[in-house]
Design a protein around this ligand. Sequence first.
Ligand SMILES: [Zn+2]
Length: 135
Amino acid sequence: MILAVAVALTAGVLAFVFLIRPEDLPPAEEAPPWAHLEEKRDVLYDNLRDLTFEYSLGKLSDEDYAKAKATLQAELGKVNAELERMQVQKPAKTAKAPAAPQPAAGTVCPHCGAKFDKPLKFCGECGKPMAGGGA
Ligand SMILES: [Zn+2]
């Protein structure tokens, strides 16, 4: 009898879990666009740990271990690079003023900051080469 109740409860819980599909959940607006990458990275780190653990138990041959480890590390490298790229490019929400239009290349001296109406090869103020080098 108790078992039957327990089974019924379990079935109810399972049905509840499976009835809530991801698309029914409210969108996680707070999650940054790279959140899934951080999750992926964590999973890869976990996999690496597990791999090392299984290798330490003698479940894997040296070759299998090296191959799997290289695969995971390559994947990790990609994820980390992508994460870095996204986080560097994240929009600065704190910026209040709209971004000033970028001056045309060669019109602002990178050395002394002097500004010119036309692009120049050499700064009219300090005489050093302007940005861009060989155009
Ligand atoms: Zn200058």
